[in-house]
Design a protein around this ligand. Structure first.
Ligand code: ADP
Ligand code: MG
Length: 259
């Protein structure tokens, strides 16, 4: 496989991306000419109503699917023409995924869940280093003290933290999250956005799909899709700070108790 990386200061470079699904009689033009650059250190929310093409675009960014036309460079590598196996390698090397439903293995401890992506890492991390890296990843999301717990012994927010730790363990260039707070209550959602903000402050590039404007306000850049095209692409002004919002919430909860 020839993968010539061109040095670049963009993580994601999409040029005139189209995706057409051919199912039955009609063609569905799910993505219609999206061009987009995302630089290292960005924190991007992709928004838009149901059917606007968010998942289709995310699947292509995540190298799970291939565009019908257009070019996609990830870390300077042209990934739009790669076959299934080559895409799997790129995913394992460069992308960490976080899903709405956490997708943890239920009979397996938090630490073992986090170690999982290293089993497929072609750079073969030695066993002792696997556990060190898993614990370090759990520390990043504030959950090192729960390393021995199984998913059913953890809250939803804690399970999502484990999933984030797992996404980080191969040191990806990019963290992709599809509705990561979709299954969480509002306070836990803020806590998870706090984890993302901390990781982003440490330099990790994050792209996240969300339906909720409240959640998107924690990112730095908001892209709204409509009918498979970019409708708006703007910096988030008056960005929310998760730590501040949580402090406010706790003060309000204390006030209710005292009243
Ligand atoms: P969103 O995630 O914003 O709700 P999607 O990317 O899932 O939007 O879908 C965009 C359009 O593409 C919709 O019209 C949807 O029905 C269609 N679509 C999505 N996935 C497929 C598929 N695998 N086969 C055929 N059509 C699809
Ligand atoms: Mg979707």
């Amino acid at each position: 496989m020839i993968l010539s990386a061109v040095p670049t200061n963009v993580v994601i470079q999409l040029a005139d991306i189209h995706k057409t699904y051919h199912t039955g009689e009609v063609d569905v033009h799910a993505v219609r000419g999206v061009s987009l650059d995302i630089a290292p250190g960005e924190f991007v929310a992709i928004m838009g109503s149901s059917g606007s093409g968010k998942s289709t675009l995310m699947n292509m960014i995540g190298c799970l699917d291939r565009p019908t036309s257009g070019s996609y460079f990830l870390d300077g590598i042209d990934v739009s023409t790669l076959d299934r196996e080559q895409r799997a390698k790129i995913r394992n090397d460069k992308i960490g995924f976080v899903f709405q439903g956490f997708n943890l293995l239920s009979r397996t401890t938090a630490q073992e869940n986090v170690e999982m992506p290293m089993l497929y890492n072609r750079h073969r991390v030695p066993a002792h280093e696997q556990s060190t890296r898993a614990i370090r990843s759990l520390e990043l999301v504030g959950l090192a003290d729960r390393a021995d717990h199984k998913p059913n012994q953890l809250s939803g927010g804690q399970q999502q933290r484990v999933a984030i730790a797992r996404a980080l363990v191969n040191q990806p260039s990019l963290l992709l999250a599809d509705e990561p707070t979709g299954n969480l209550d509002s306070q836990t959602s803020i806590e998870i956005m706090g984890v993302f903000q901390k990781l982003n402050d440490a330099g990790i590039t994050i792209v996240m799909v969300t339906h909720e404007l409240d959640v998107a306000r924690y990112t730095k850049r908001m892209i709204i899709l409509r009918d498979g095209k970019i409708l708006t692409d703007e910096r988030v002004s008056a960005r929310s700070n998760a730590e501040e919002e949580l402090k406010k919430l706790r003060r309000a909860q204390e006030a209710v108790k005292l009243a």
